[in-house]
Unconditional design. Structure first.
Length: 470
């Protein structure tokens, strides 16, 4: 069936209009001063198609009940719509005859023929940013399944951004894309940070970590030397103490012996041999002196031997000191080696983290590619090629709406505003506010509407009386 057109429009007693007849063309401009009836005509036209009561349109001068008659025609058939008060009736032509039949449930038929939600392209052209985006989204119906998109992106439920059910599919997809993109950006930043940390650690580590060999052997040798030195010192001191004890013991024994002998001899000869006793006392003193000298001699020998032993032990000190120095060096190397190995292990951890983050970023990149593919598939049937919604901005082929020329804006505005009626048999659009357009711009819009197959009625405020141009 070819598309329907409004071929005739008749109103009676609508607001300030007693009677008005119009045979509209493809594009009709109704102009006039405020209060001349332009708005009344547009409201009556929209009322008969949109449903509702005519009570609000009652003639303000006479109070007579309003009546509206609309004739729709196509190549195959004709409809006559008549509305009075709350009653709407529709008659349909029978075949190609002159006879008509009543259509049951007329309002239901109207809803299948006409969609009055089409936006006003003039309002669309005057809108800014968010309002413009809202108007565009309201006009575009797209199939969208969030679960299907999540699976296509390969994301788990807990990492798939949640969007409210009332958000338009294009806005929802852009929001999801921005969220996943921002997540991937953060992952890429963390990966870069991990790799920088890895590189810094590797630069602080020698190309080859030094190996430490023989430390345990040298520590064992040192322990043996220190043990030997301790044993030798103890042995020398023990020997010295034994020598001292022996010398003192010998001295005491001899002293006791000599004194005992002297006392016995003294008792025997004290009276008789005083002189001899003196001589013996001298002899005693000499013997005591000899014994003391012998004692001192033995003590000196013991001390000399002790000093020789200590001197011998002292020869171990350079070896011990050298061994300590070697061990200290090896321990420092061991400490550095452990530190280097720790740093290298940490570098490997950073590298592993970076690789993991890279894999996660690649996974999210694949998810974004899947989302873009899903969006491209979903939008493949859009009449506006290259349309994108990013936040509160609308783009066409990557160019902001504000940067398009007037002709481009008008063409896109008409296409978007006409989307609601693309599947309807009656593609009719009421466009108020045409006085905002100059004659050239209005002409461009009229051509675009005609190219879209939309029958349009413009309302325009002018300085003249009520006029119709078609």
């Amino acid at each position: 069936m070819t598309k329907l057109k409004v071929s005739q429009f008749h109103i009676e007693n609508v607001l300030g209009i007693t009677e008005f007849d119009l045979e509209p063309g493809q594009v009709t401009v109704i102009s006039g001063k405020n209060g001349e009836g332009k708005t009344s005509i547009l409201e009556a036209w929209q009322n008969v198609l949109g449903g509702g009561s005519l009570a609000e349109l009652t003639n303000v001068k006479t109070g007579d009940k309003p009546q509206i008659v609309l004739r729709l025609q196509s190549d195959e058939t004709e409809y006559i719509i008549k509305k009075t008060g709350k009653s709407t009736s529709i008659k349909k032509q029978i075949g190609d005859s002159a006879a008509y039949e009543d259509v049951p449930a007329p309002q239901r038929l109207l809803s299948t023929l006409y969609d009055g939600r089409a936006a006003n392209p003039i309002k669309f052209l005057q809108a800014k940013n968010k309002e413009l985006v809202d108007l565009a989204l309201k006009a575009i119906d797209l199939p969208y399944d969030a679960e299907e998109l999540r699976k296509a992106m390969g994301l788990d439920e807990d990492e798939f951004p949640q969007v409210g059910p009332d958000v338009h599919p294009l806005a929802a997809i852009q929001w999801i894309r921005d969220a996943v993109f921002n997540t991937r950006t953060g992952i890429n930043r963390d990966e870069k940070s991990a790799r920088v940390s890895c590189e810094k650690l590797l630069l602080s580590i020698p190309a080859e970590i030094p190996t430490v060999e023989g430390l345990a052997d040298k520590e064992a040798v040192l322990e043996g030397l220190q043990k030997t030195r301790t044993e030798e010192v103890e042995r020398a001191e023990s020997k010295k103490e034994a020598g001292i004890q022996w010398s003192r013991s010998e001295y005491v024994q001899k002293k006791t012996k000599f004194e005992s002998e002297f006392e016995a001899y003294e008792d025997k000869l004290r009276l008789e041999l005083e002189e001899k006793l003196k001589a013996e006392r001298v002899n005693l003193d000499r013997n005591l002196k000899d014994a003391e000298d012998e004692k001192d001699f033995h003590l000196r020998r013991v001390e000399d031997e002790y000093q020789k032993n200590i001197a011998t032990i002292a020869t171990l000190e350079p070896t011990i000191a050298d061994m300590k120095a070697q061990i200290a060096t090896l321990k420092e190397r061991e400490k550095n080696a452990v530190q280097f190995r720790t740093l290298k292990d940490q570098a490997r951890i950073f590298e592993g983290e970076a690789e993991g983050l890279k894999e996660e970023a690649n996974r999210l990149t694949e998810a974004l590619n899947a989302l873009d593919g899903y969006k491209a598939s979903m939008c493949s049937e859009l009449p506006i090629k290259g349309l994108e919604i990013k936040g509160e901005q609308m783009y066409i082929d990557g160019v902001k709406w504000s940067q398009l020329n007037t002709a481009q804006k008008i063409s896109i505005a008409v296409k978007i505003c006409a989307l609601r009626s693309k599947d309807k048999d009656l593609r009719l659009m009421f466009i108020d506010g045409a006085e905002a357009l100059d004659s050239e711009t209005l002409g461009i819009m009229a051509k675009e509407l005609e190219a879209e197959g939309v029958q349009a009625v413009f309302g325009k405020v002018s300085d003249s009386g009520l006029e119709v141009d078609k």
